[in-house]
Design a protein around this ligand. Structure first.
Ligand SMILES: Nc1ncnc2c1ncn2[C@@H]1O[C@H](COP(=O)(O)OP(=O)(O)OP(=O)(O)O)[C@@H](O)[C@H]1O
Ligand SMILES: Cc1ncc(COP(=O)(O)O)c(N)n1
Length: 270
C-alpha cells in the first residue's frame, strides 16, 4: 500500500522551499503527499516580500480534513510563524495521535527574511518539540535554541545533546552553510552519529532544510528507522544539489525531480 506523508508548512511562491519543496520531495521519495498550509509567502530566490498567515481556525480545518480521511504515516512541520497556529497544530497532532513527526524549526530564510515571530519560538519549544520524533535545526537555529555559540564540530554535538535532553527527542544538527556544509550530526538515545556527505559546489541552496526534513519524513513513512531515513535523505538531497539546476537571480532551487526520469520527461530532456 502507498505510504502517505503530510507537510504542515508555508507556501513559497517560487517553488523552491516550503510546501512546494516538501511535496516535490515526498513525491520523488515515493510517498503520497498532503499539505496543511500555515501561511502564504510572496517570495522568490532573492527574498520574501509578504507573508499572509492562515487563521488558526482554518489551519485546524485543514488538519481535520486530512487526519479524518487519509491518515499520514509521517508528518513534517516547517514554517509556522505565530503562537496561535503552533497551538492548533499541537492540539490536532495530539488529538489524532500523529506519528513520525519531523519538526524543522524554520526561523530565518536563506535570503535573510525572518519567518517566525520572536514570541512564537517559546511556544514552538513548549508545544511542538516534545511531540517530535526528530528536530532538524541548522547551526543558527541550534544556537538560538541553546544560547550556545557553535564554532566547531564538538559544539554541534554539545548543542544537539542539550536540545535532545531538554525535549526528549532526537536532534539532527545540520552542518550546512557555516561549518562543514555536508556533515550533519544526529543525537539520539544518548549517543551521536555523524552523517557525512560530499560538499557539492552549488550556490543554489534555497530550500535545502525543507527538502531534507521532508525526505526524512518520507523515509520514516516508508518504515525505515531514523538512522536509515537520515542516510537516505542525505543521499536524495545530494543528488538534487548535484543536478545543478540554475534558476533565478538569487540562491536558486534544487532539482527535486532529478531522479524521476520517465517516458513523460525523457523526450524533452534529450
Ligand atoms: N553544498 C552542499 N553540499 C552538500 N550538501 C549540502 C550542501 N549544503 C547543505 N547541504 C546539506 O543540506 C541539508 C540541509 O542543511 P542546511 O544547513 O543547508 O539546512 P538549512 O540551513 O535549514 O537550509 P535552508 O535554511 O537553506 O533551507 C543538510 O543535510 C546539509 O548537510
Ligand atoms: C515558506 C518557506 N518555508 C521555509 C523556508 C526556508 O527555506 P530557505 O531557508 O531555504 O529559504 C522558506 N524560505 N520559505
Amino acid at each position: 500500500m502507498r505510504r502517505t506523508a503530510l507537510t504542515i508548512a508555508g507556501s513559497d511562491s517560487s517553488g523552491g522551499a516550503g510546501i512546494q519543496a516538501d511535496i516535490k520531495t515526498m513525491m520523488a521519495n515515493g510517498v503520497y503527499a498532503m499539505s496543511a498550509i500555515t501561511a502564504l509567502t510572496a517570495q522568490n530566490t532573492t527574498g520574501v516580500t509578504a507573508i499572509l498567515n492562515a487563521t488558526p481556525e482554518f489551519l485546524g480545518q485543514e488538519l481535520d480534513s486530512v487526519f479524518t480521511d487519509i491518515f499520514p504515516d509521517a508528518v513534517k512541520i516547517g514554517m509556522v510563524s505565530e503562537r496561535e497556529l503552533i497551538c492548533v497544530i499541537a492540539e490536532k497532532l495530539k488529538q489524532y495521535q500523529a506519528k513520525n513527526i519531523v519538526v524543522d524549526p524554520v526561523m530565518v530564510a536563506t535570503s535573510g527574511a525572518r519567518l517566525i515571530s520572536e514570541d512564537a519560538i517559546d511556544t514552538l519549544k513548549q508545544e511542538l518539540f516534545p511531540l517530535a520524533a526528530v528536530l532538524t535545526p541548522n547551526i543558527p537555529e541550534a544556537e538560538e535554541l541553546t544560547g550556545m555559540h557553535i564554532e566547531h564540530a564538538d559544539d554541534m554535538i554539545a548543542a544537539a545533546k542539550k536540545i535532545a535532553e531538554q525535549y526528549h527527542c532526537a536532534v539532527l544538527c545540520k552542518g550546512g552553510h557555516q561549518l562543514n556544509d555536508a556533515n550533519d550530526l544526529l543525537y539520539f538515545d544518548d549517543h551521536y552519529q555523524w552523517f557525512c556527505g560530499k560538499r557539492i559546489n552549488n550556490p543554489n541552496t534555497h530550500g535545502t532544510g525543507c527538502t531534507l526534513s521532508s525526505a526524512i519524513a518520507s523515509n520514516l513513512a516508508k518504515g525505515y528507522n531514523l538512522e536509515t531515513s537520515v542516510e537516505r535523505a542525505k543521499d536524495y538531497i545530494s543528488g538534487a544539489l548535484a543536478a545543478m539546476l540554475d534558476l533565478g537571480a538569487g540562491s536558486g532551487p534544487m532539482d527535486h525531480g532529478f531522479a524521476i526520469i520517465n517516458k513523460y520527461t525523457q523526450e524533452e530532456e534529450d
